[in-house]
Design a protein around this ligand. Structure first.
Ligand code: ADP
Ligand code: MG
Length: 398
């Protein structure tokens, strides 16, 4: 993969793909600008090289057509507040007017394109759309780690139509940390997995099976593993069609000599809403009108012990319904345990990252991934479409 520093960018015209898919409130104001700030090192570096920069991102899900609610206007505004350079917003993504604005752009000026997903060609990776995006551009830089698992025009299409493409600083840093967890983890290596669906996490479990020493399971996904073994889990979430797969995973864990932990006790309630009466249950059956919504105190202690021993920790997926206070203890305590450990700790996944912030321990985590789906897919497959597009064989068009 080419990196930004491999290219001679001085005075060139650069297309910078970023992940500015920020959360907006009802009034269209930016609720959290972390993603904008995360791309600033790359943008500032580009401007120091006296480049002209076109910045582009998707925002929300506009369904292939113009949607004023999902305009990049607030993003461009925020960006211009954050960097003291000249930032303009294009009225469109491609087309004659955008091309004119590109031509008029001066060194150290930034042109933010409208939302890439205003065009169907983005998600379809339409070659003509990609070619239009690349019009007038010398070099392409991808710093949109959170979108690298998408084979979209602005991720895998553009590199074919520019001289060279490379990864920005954010993408490079993400890969450095994730590579440590995949290829050279210091032992003991503890992987914590939770969240809603076992199906989302099976590929990652399978890939880490022969690398991790301990796999700690929490969240709703635990109950598919229990149900597969014939336990009565009450009304807990179970993916019935994934039971066979769950059994296969349990068998592989035995063969691979990895310690595979399922919760030892459960916080249960009748419904997944706040204000419920909760109970701690140690043994099955879980009462037939109850569902397990968090890990219990015994599980927390056991998992925290494993976390304290670890030299490498990878965490994806909350231990319970952490959005609701009554069911947030498991996730909060695990977050604290990870923060207290001096291991290399990596947290990925939108909700897991939110949980780490909620626990107030974000500054004690070695690396918080900006890409949920992308980090999972990278760990599972060892590469991503957007990374492949930056390799020598795919992008040297000089
Ligand atoms: P991430 O975004 O970190 O990858 P997921 O999206 O896989 O995590 O899972 C997060 C969701 O899982 C949260 O909304 C949380 O409420 C839910 N969840 C966790 N545990 C349970 C449970 N026991 N029952 C139902 N939902 C759960
Ligand atoms: Mg999620």
């Amino acid at each position: 993969m080419f990196r930004i520093k491999d290219l001679d960018l001085a005075e060139k015209f650069v297309f910078l793909r970023v992940d500015f898919n920020v959360p907006l409130d009802d009034e269209g104001k930016i609720r959290d600008d972390t993603r904008i700030k995360a791309a600033l090192p790359t943008l500032k570096y580009l401007l120091e090289q006296n480049t002209r920069v076109v910045v582009a991102s998707h925002l929300g899900r506009p369904k292939g057509q113009f949607d004023p609610k999902l305009s990049m206007k607030p993003v461009a505004q925020r960006l211009s507040e954050l960097i003291s350079e000249d930032v303009r917003l294009a009225p469109d993504v491609i087309g004659e007017e955008v091309n004119r604005l590109k031509e008029r752009l001066k060194e150290r000026q930034v042109l933010v394109l409208e939302n890439l997903r205003f065009y169907e060609g983005e998600k379809k990776n339409d070659p003509e759309f990609a070619q239009n995006l690349a019009k007038g551009i010398d070099y392409y830089i991808n710093d949109a780690f959170g979108a690298c698992h998408r084979a979209h025009a602005s991720i895998v299409g553009i590199p074919r139509y520019v001289k060279k493409s490379a990864a920005g600083f954010l993408v490079t840093e993400e890969l450095e940390y994730l590579n440590k967890a995949i290829y050279t983890p210091q032992k003991p290596y503890t992987v914590i997995l939770g969240g809603a669906k076992v199906s989302d996490k099976i590929p990652i479990i399978q890939n880490l099976m022969n690398k991790a020493d301990n796999i700690l399971i929490g969240g709703a996904m635990a109950y598919t593993f229990f149900a597969a073994q014939g336990c009565d889990v009450g009304r807990s979430l179970v993916e019935k069609d994934k039971k066979d797969l769950a059994l296969q995973v349990l068998n592989r864990a035995k063969e691979n000599d990895v310690s595979f932990y399922l919760p030892l006790d459960h916080i249960v309630a009748a419904q997944m809403v706040s204000g419920q009466e909760t109970r701690t249950v140690e043994d099955f059956p879980i009462p037939s009108d109850m569902m397990a919504l968090d890990i219990g105190p015994k599980t927390i202690r056991t998992y925290a012990y494993s976390i304290a021993q670890a030299k490498t920790i990878l965490w994806n997926g909350p231990m319970g319904v952490f959005e609701i206070d009554e069911f947030s203890q498991g996730t909060m305590k695990i977050a604290e345990a990870v923060a207290e450990s001096d291991a290399l700790s990596i947290v990925g996944g939108g909700d897991s990252v939110a949980a780490v912030y909620k626990a107030g321990v974000s500054d004690k985590i070695s690396h918080i991934s900006t890409g949920g789906g992308a980090s999972l897919e990278y760990i599972a497959n060892g590469t991503l479409p957007g990374i492949e597009a930056l390799t020598e064989k795919n992008n040297d068009n000089d």
